[in-house]
Design a binder for this molecule. Structure first.
Ligand code: GLA
Length: 694
């Protein structure tokens, strides 16, 4: 079990290097699970603050995220600081037992900075400079922005590094939310430096980018530009490097601030709030740079399936550091940024919070504490709604606070998964390059979900893993797609001694987006025993049937139904593999569709439903679900705790394999149980408490 009981000093001792023990005792102890939200007191007169902290204490709030967008209030003029108001806020919070997730306040530069240095404002791909008046209005590569941010962080650390409320540093905010990339001259310069360190020489860059195509041969780095709007498709290798660069440029901003904090407050952990499964940032790399993973998740209440996609992102958060993480933001009810912002019906806010815990979070926090009266988020829900303590939402807040106290003992427990899903950002960026692929319908999130959905439905625990990691210990590894696959990554997959499932269009290109010798699946050829002769993307609406070969897949009978595939198929040349299923009808009639060599299964198509293949692999690998659950019920386990979450709008009945105590009600449960609609059971079972993360 990974020790992460709380964000107090024990956490510090066990998970990050502590150089100065005296800081430990200065930290506020936050025991149990974290509960609270973004708190923006500068939007309210001070008399409201007293009420805020009183109500926070009443609801059991133990952490508040403060100062996220406060730069212009903390440094109203260059070098002139006004910390008085934040001093009073932090003191008040501390007096009421609320710890601070203290932001470095750099998410929006102040107006004076962008007026004195207009070049700080970001520029889009068409060359338009984006105006001030929203947030994140800065170019990630701007030295002016970076220097000013570092100066502010130094001042923040000096001022609050020893404040007893400080539990966690919150660097920036949702990096890449509004500005992932900037195309200004400064970014171009920075991109060139980045390219020089990656490719060494301009000839190295020419070779990697294949600039012999379309006459793009460069003779100097200063001829290279970001992939701005061009007459036609931009070199996909250039776009891939640009994606890498943009993720790295923002990470540098994060790291510059982190360096200041590490030096000033080595005992205080740092985080930055992720945005679930985000295309723009390589979260494997980012997570390695922070002490605690935190996430913001906003499943759409109007989408009855949204709890599945969000579960996948929660599993990613747990997997990033193989430790508990914090749900730092979610909505109490409606958000304000969709075209139609559906509220959460009764029970959903609590259920969604419990769901994050079920997937390894040690806290359920919100955006935000008090609902705003002005600004773009005045209609965004909050723990304390416009209607105050009389509102329905406030009762939900009180209830959740009480539930989280009842669940305190789960903090620090881990999840053991036998199945891993592979997710790699380089490959994702390559796969979704614009305007040059056989089909732009292959979207990585869809591919991940096509496997995750049935795993989730049957209660199988899943980790996410990056390409190139040692996979030992898992029974099944599923690679929904690995378009970009290096020989080293292929080596890891070949070395895996469990059951491997590889999805289509994998092993196509190398790290420079150049097609492997002999074509796909490149370095996976020997492992899979086949070559892809030709990609066969299917036009929208076209269905290609796939029929299991009798006896090849468990349960396949002579009359086994053909399974529909859409979007993608391949013409395979099978060299040394068993054919499990063949295409039926159409241009590919009779050609192999699904193959197996040893324990490596290859799917050359996108099945509407992968359940038959999945069931067979899970059975062969001896993977058991966490619990046998009826439709609509999600089951996960953390250490000895079994979470059963009923997402359906009707009660669910199921049989418990083991008795236990429901932490939410205190009742002993055994045998047949009923879980009300949008409700949950968190069962303390007799399973060993040390069963934790791998
Ligand atoms: C993100 C941001 C918050 C807020 C919420 C609204 O999570 O970090 O500042 O804008 O979205 O949903």
């Amino acid at each position: 079990m990974t020790a992460f009981s709380t964000l107090h000093y024990e956490f510090c001792i066990q998970n990050i290097t502590c150089h100065r023990s005296e800081f430990r005792v200065g930290l506020t102890r936050v025991s149990g699970l974290l509960f609270g939200g973004d708190y923006n007191p500068e939007q309210w007169p001070e008399r409201v603050w007293e009420e805020d902290v009183r109500l926070m204490a009443e609801a059991g709030v133990n952490m508040a995220t403060v100062a996220v967008f406060s730069w212009s209030r903390l440094e109203p003029r260059p070098g002139e600081y006004d910390f008085g108001w934040l001093d009073r806020v932090l003191d008040l919070l501390h007096e009421h037992g609320v710890a601070a997730d203290l932001a470095t306040a750099t998410a929006t530069p102040p107006p004076w900075l962008v007026r004195d240095h207009p070049e700080v404002l970001p520029v889009d791909a068409a060359g338009t400079r984006l105006e001030f008046g929203s947030r994140q209005s800065y170019c990630p590569s701007s030295p002016v922005f970076r220097d000013a941010a570092v100066r502010l962080v130094r001042a923040m650390a000096a001022r609050y590094g020893r404040h007893p409320a400080l539990a966690l540093w919150h660097i920036g905010n949702e990096y890449a939310d509004h500005v992932l990339e900037c195309f200004c001259a400064e970014s171009a310069r920075h991109f060139r430096t980045w390219l020089e360190s990656r490719h060494g020489t301009v000839d190295g860059l020419n070779a990697a980018w294949g600039t012999s195509c379309w006459g793009q041969h460069y003779t100097a780095f200063d001829q290279v530009e970001p992939p701005r709007k061009a007459p036609g498709p931009v070199n996909p290798a250039q776009v891939l490097d640009w994606r890498r660069f943009c993720s790295d440029a923002l990470l540098e901003c994060f790291e510059l601030e982190r360096a200041v904090l590490r030096e000033a407050t080595p005992d205080v952990p740092v985080t930055t709030n992720f945005m679930s499964i985000l295309h723009g940032l390589d979260y494997w790399k980012w997570a390695a740079a922070e002490d605690v993973v935190s996430d913001d998740a906003y499943p759409d209440p109007a989408d009855p399936e949204s709890h599945v996609a969000v579960a996948l992102s929660y599993d990613l958060m747990r997997s990033l550091k193989r430790r508990p993480w914090i749900l730092l933001e979610q909505a109490a009810s409606a958000v304000s940024w969709r075209e139609v912002n559906a509220p959460k019906p009764p029970g959903m806010m609590r259920l969604h919070s419990l769901q994050a815990l079920a997937h390894g979070a040690d806290g359920a926090m919100f955006f935000q504490w008090r609902q705003a009266r002005y600004g773009p988020e005045k209609f965004h829900s909050a723990l304390l709604p416009h209607g105050g303590t009389a509102a329905r939402g406030w009762r939900d807040t009180l209830r959740l606070g009480a539930d989280l106290r009842r669940l305190a003992e789960i903090a620090g427990t881990g999840t053991r998964a036998d199945v891993a899903l592979l997710l790699d950002w380089d490959s994702w960026w390559g796969l979704e390059a614009p305007e040059s692929m056989p089909s732009d319908r292959l979207r990585l999130k869809d591919l991940l979900l096509s496997w995750y959905r049935p795993l989730h439905a049957r209660g199988v625990a899943v980790d996410l893993v990056p390409a190139g990691r040692d996979l030992s210990g898992y029974r099944v590894v599923i690679v929904p797609n690995l378009y970009l696959c290096t020989p080293e990554q292929a080596g890891r997959l070949a070395a895996f001694d469990g059951h491997l499932v590889v999805g289509p269009f994998s092993g196509v290109v190398d790290a420079a987006d150049q097609v492997h010798d002999g074509g796909a699946p490149g370095p996976l050829r020997e492992l899979l025993g086949l070559t892809v002769d030709e990609f066969w993307p299917l036009p929208d609406g076209r269905v290609q049937r796939v029929r299991p070969v009798t006896g090849a897949v468990t349960g396949a009978r002579a009359d086994a139904a053909a399974v529909p595939a859409r979007t993608w198929a391949e013409w395979l040349r099978v060299e040394d593999a068993e054919v499990l299923a063949r295409y039926e009808g159409g241009d590919l009639d009779g050609q192999p569709a699904i193959t197996r060599r040893g324990r490596a299964t290859y799917l050359s198509c996108l099945l509407d439903d992968v359940t038959p293949v999945l069931s067979e692999v899970l059975a062969a690998a001896g993977v058991r679900p966490v619990a046998d659950v009826p439709e609509g019920v999600e089951a996960t386990r953390r250490g000895p705790y079994l979470f059963l979450l009923n997402h359906a709008t009707t009660p669910a009945r199921m049989d418990l394999a083991e008795p236990g105590t429901d932490l939410l009600t205190g009742r002993e449960l055994r045998g047949r149980i009923e879980i009300p609609a949008r409700d949950a059971v968190v069962l303390r079972t007799g399973a060993g408490p040390t069963e934790g993360e791998r």
